[in-house]
Design a protein. Structure first.
Length: 178
């Protein structure tokens, strides 16, 4: 059954046990993740938070809902949101405008869908930097938006990974994959 944004928002805000996305007007619950998945996302959040100016940026884990297109909202595992984009409303935290960084951590249950659907959707939104972190391969694949709207893809396995949009912020891959 196709639902309205108002219904999606109500379910997402009232269900304290689940994380809800809306895909083509249909509610879709994000499945629970493994400890390894959650630990990786948490370690990324920790590294970002300790380097970012809290007056300028906030780091989110499993929030916010990003509007991909009419009727579709996705929740990335990790996102960096500029303070200027934050609102103080009581509704569901959603963004239409591109974010600085969105990251997905690969997992056996969602890895295929993330690679085939969510990553391209984030690029269609125009998010400036998109990451997929693969814990088994111990690799981070990045897609960085170029001035012409295309994306440059690269894969990183060791050392420090500087965010293209925030070059003074670096993620230590050894610490990330420990």
């Amino acid at each position: 059954m196709v639902v309205s944004f108002a219904t999606y928002e109500r379910v997402a805000l009232e269900d304290s046990d689940g994380l809800w996305e809306m895909v083509c007007g249909r509610l879709q619950e994000k499945p629970p993740m493994t400890q390894a998945h959650n630990s990786l996302a948490s370690r990324l959040v920790t590294q970002l938070v300790t380097q970012l100016d809290e007056d300028a940026y906030e780091v989110r884990m499993n929030a916010p809902a990003l509007r991909v297109r009419e009727g579709t909202y996705r929740i990335p595992d990790v996102a960096v949101v500029p303070q200027q984009g934050l609102t103080t409303g009581t509704g569901l935290e959603t963004y239409d405008a591109p974010l600085l960084l969105v990251a997905e951590v690969w997992s056996p249950s969602t890895g295929g869908a993330d690679s085939e659907r969510k990553i391209p959707e984030y690029m269609d939104r125009g998010d400036l930097e998109v990451w997929q972190i693969h814990p088994i391969e111990r690799a981070v694949t990045t897609w960085v938006r170029q001035p012409d709207g295309s994306y440059a893809e690269s894969t990183h396995r060791e050392g420090e990974l500087a965010l293209a949009v925030l070059p003074n912020v670096r993620v230590d891959l050894t610490r990330l994959f420990r």
